[in-house]
Design a binder for this molecule. Structure first.
Ligand SMILES: Nc1ncnc2c1ncn2[C@@H]1O[C@H](COP(=O)(O)OP(=O)(O)OP(=O)(O)O)[C@@H](O)[C@H]1O
Ligand SMILES: [Mg+2]
Length: 431
């Protein structure tokens, strides 16, 4: 059973321009002008340009972009800290420009919580007092607010630290207090602006995992918390987001699910981000396979096979195919040379069966074999045809952390060797 999602945040043609006479940026003359031109010509800073999006209840909506792309401005528009130059923000059925200050304060206090990169923890308050602070300003009694704060502190793994003071905590623990403080408000919407950016990588990953499991426990409660999570880190976005809006120069340049962002970047800007992404979660062997260049036929001569190896440049395995591109096996450069020296007419008797992948295999299935074989390995479709090849270079294209030593390149020495052999043969044939 699926019901259509409930929209909790709706943003319609939002513009935010900083400077004098910001409305100028929206006039016909300037509305299509780039951010830098606008700054040069009018001294206006374009922070949001015609942003429209909808966020569903319960989803983790990630806004990703480089510094200055407008992420924080967007979040500030969502909780009414900024009144946009133009456009509309609807939060939980209320249009922000239509409500008065008291109503806005109520909305912020009761339904929206915010977590920043730098938590403003009160140094003179204990962890418990810091966590319960939001409830205190709501006028909730000490016993009740401590009970609720305790619950959330346990949820973020800070049981036993209730009486400690911020100065006694690590950065990661302070982030947890900030998170617990936001959670005690049991907000319908949790806005998180780069909450993990200040943490070292290991702690950061730990916090991401915790947010994911936290979300599960939040979802088992009656209210489904919606999270708007800001980051400039694509891996973090892919890991946490149900959907991701990628921003550039104040514009949303793609809004999609993580796998679509990686597999089908809509423009060069998004593609430039996803090039080096750690994609084990979304990619299959079929996605990762790169074109295999030329293949040789079963009946090819050893020379023809060596020539294919040269033409292909990257792969010491020459793939041998039969009719309809059916994959038959490989002949390695070494073996082709052996066949040549043995005077064989065809490589048929020399074809070997390598490790192969099926197109549905995942990144994790593929990785160990690719690391074990410093050559390209074939990906075979259901119909038995060669789909493409995977080697550590094509893997590296989707796997940022690939160690340089596993990136295979046809060794220059092998290349020279083949060239020499073929030249000699050709000269002999001519002479
Ligand atoms: N109060 C302000 N006055 C003038 N310009 C501003 C103001 N706030 C933000 N800007 C500009 O608006 C643009 C968007 O800023 P914003 O803070 O939203 O970016 P961001 O994506 O959150 O960046 P970061 O990753 O560095 O936090 C930037 O060019 C910034 O310089
Ligand atoms: Mg920011």
């Amino acid at each position: 059973m699926t019901s259509s999602p409930e929209i909790v945040v709706s943003v319609d043609s939002l513009w935010q321009v900083y400077g004098d006479n910001p409305e100028l940026a929206l006039t016909d003359q300037y509305k299509d002008v780039s951010k830098s031109e606008l700054q040069d010509e009018l001294g206006l800073v374009l922070a949001l340009k015609d942003v429209s999006l909808e966020i569903n209840r319960g989803e983790t909506f990630v806004v990703m972009g480089l510094s200055g792309s407008g992420k924080s401005t967007l979040v500030r528009c969502l909780n009414g800290l900024i009144t946009p130059t133009s456009g509309q923000v609807n939060i939980l059925g209320q249009i922000l420009s239509d409500i008065d200050n008291d109503e806005l304060t109520q909305l912020r206090r009761n339904s929206i919580a915010m977590v920043f990169q730098h938590y403003a923890l009160f140094p003179h308050l204990s962890v418990m007092e810091n966590t319960a602070w939001g409830l205190e300003i709501q006028g909730i009694g000490r016993r009740e607010r401590n009970r609720r704060a305790q619950e959330k502190l346990e949820l973020v793994g800070l049981q036993g630290w209730e009486e400690s003071y911020p100065v006694e905590l690590s950065g990661g623990m302070m982030q947890r207090v900030g998170l617990a403080r936001a959670l005690t408000l049991e907000p319908e919407i949790l806005l998180m602006d780069e909450p993990f950016s200040g943490l070292d990588p290991l702690i950061r990953r730990e916090m991401q995992d915790e947010l994911l499991s936290l979300k599960e426990s939040l979802h088992s409660e009656q209210t489904q918390t919606t999270i708007v999570f800001i980051t400039h880190d694509l891996d973090e976005a892919l890991k946490l987001g149900d959907r991701i809006a990628i921003m550039n120069g104040g514009e949303v340049v793609q809004l999609d699910t993580p796998d679509q962002i990686v597999l089908n970047p809509e423009n060069e800007y998004v593609a430039s981000f996803t090039e080096g992404v750690q994609s084990q979660t979304v990619l299959t062997a079929g996605d990762m396979a790169t074109a295999y260049g030329e293949t040789a036929q079963v009946g090819s001569s050893p020379e023809a096979v060596l020539q294919v190896a040269l033409d292909n440049d990257c792969c010491p395995n020459v793939h041998i195919t039969g009719e309809d591109s059916q994959f038959k096996g490989v002949v390695t450069v070494d073996v082709a040379i052996k066949a040549l020296e043995a005077g064989a007419d065809s490589v048929e008797a020399y074809v070997e069966s390598p490790t192969t992948f099926s197109a549905e295999d995942t990144y994790d299935d593929v990785l160990p074999s690719v690391l074990a074989h410093p050559s390209c390995l074939p990906v075979i479709g259901e119909d038995g045809a060669l789909v493409g090849v995977i080697d550590s270079t094509s893997l590296a294209a989707t796997w940022d952390a690939a160690a340089p030593e596993i990136r295979y390149q046809l060794a220059p020495i092998v290349r020279e060797g083949i060239e020499k052999i073929l030249e000699t043969r050709a000269a002999r044939a001519e002479g």
